[in-house]
Design a protein around this ligand. Structure first.
Ligand code: NDP
Ligand code: KPL
Length: 313
């Protein structure tokens, strides 16, 4: 399978590297700074499933050309417009586009840009980060890449990707017939985690050990589940039980990529995740004041970051 990975950051580097190890022909569509890093050091993975240093073939946007079975889209939501422009010359009639971004609204945007038939649904349950030196670090044993056709069919192309993923160490690649439901479950999970960890600037264990912390996280979870249900995607009981337990665990050390980005003084996906959920809460008639506070907190952070007034680390 010929795979073009847009971005070689945390998720692009990790899953691209694992698929490359499994035998796929992989190239990374990157910007000049990352290209230089990859040319110098290779793609460096540090992972509980084995470290690796892989040769990485890179392309810049102006070098992109057709001939790919799959584009794995791994940018942050705030880079989606540039990423769409970068992959456009690489997409032809046979190319499937698999986005792993958190959130949901990118799916409609990609359908509008490339046609509904080109776009798969996808989500990643993983905790990974890319260090300043370009090392891609997997932070725990989460390693799930889940994807599917938006119409629910089990097509040859999703079966082929699942078969390739089955050969890869350090990842579990699963094709599912209900990817939109799974994406709503991921948004309910991530949205609750992001609202809690970003608003309170703490991981789930630190929150759970604070007075009222568990009740607060459970309230956010219930509200996000109510939003998803109003959009036609009720959360299964097993999902609610799993996440109630996770948010109640005082020993948990669970944080989000949004908190990591914010603490590093980086850009965050405030509009795409928190703004989307706030709007959805309003549409669903779900009490919105916690969503409003989380979104406002993130937007005020963006103001302060843009003004160069973040504390020096
Ligand atoms: N990290 C995690 O643990 C998880 C992340 N996610 C989601 O996955 C998505 C990706 O996150 P993550 O991998 O952490 O992000 P990163 O910031 O680590 O990686 C994104 C990469 O995309 C590259 N990129 C963006 N635009 C372009 C472009 N136009 N051309 C070439 N490269 C581009 C960036 O390159 P450059 O370095 O040049 O800016 C960057 O390296 C997000 O939506 C996130 O919410 C989901 C689950 C877990
Ligand atoms: C849900 C979670 C926390 C892990 O997959 C995530 O998506 C993120 O950190 O962005």
């Amino acid at each position: 399978m010929r795979i073009l990975v847009l971005g070689a950051g945390a998720l692009g580097g990790y899953f691209g590297g694992r698929l490359q190890q499994a035998g796929a022909e992989v190239a990374y569509l990157v910007r000049p700074r990352r290209r230089a890093q990859l040319a110098r050091d290779g793609l460096v993975l540090e992972s509980p499933f084995g470290h690796a240093r892989l040769p990485a073939r890179t392309l810049l946007a102006e070098e992109a050309a057709p001939g790919w079975d799959l584009v794995l889209l791994t940018c942050k939501a705030y880079d989606l417009g540039d990423a769409i422009a970068a992959i456009r010359p690489a997409v032809d009639a046979r190319t499937a586009i698999l986005p792993v971004l958190n959130g949901l609204s990118h799916i409609d945007r990609l359908k509008t840009e490339f046609g509904a038939g080109a776009v798969l649904g996808g989500l990643a349950k993983i905790q990974a980060t890319m260090a300043a030196d370009g090392t891609v670090r997997q932070l725990n044993d989460w390693r799930w890449l889940t994807f599917g056709e938006l119409d629910g069919s089990m097509s040859p192309r999703v079966a082929a990707l699942a078969a390739l993923g089955a050969k890869a160490e350090g990842m579990v690649a699963t094709a599912v017939p209900d990817i939109l439901q799974r994406m709503w479950e991921k948004l309910t999970h991530l949205g609750t985690s992001a609202i809690g960890t970003v608003l309170l600037r703490a991981n789930t264990g630190e929150i759970a050990r604070s007075p009222g912390g568990v009740a607060f996280m459970h309230r956010v979870l219930e509200r996000n589940a109510a939003i998803a249900a109003a959009k036609g995607h009720p959360m299964p009981d097993s999902f609610m039980a799993e996440f109630r337990a996770l948010f109640a665990d005082p020993k948990g050390g669970y944080a989000t990529s949004m908190l990591r980005d914010l603490e590093a003084g980086g850009r965050i996906e405030a509009d795409h995740i928190l703004g989307f959920l706030l709007q959805a809460a309003r549409e669903a008639g779900v009490p919105e004041e916690i969503h409003e506070a989380a979104f406002l907190h993130a937007k005020a952070y963006e103001q302060r970051r843009e003004a160069g007034r973040l504390p020096r680390g």
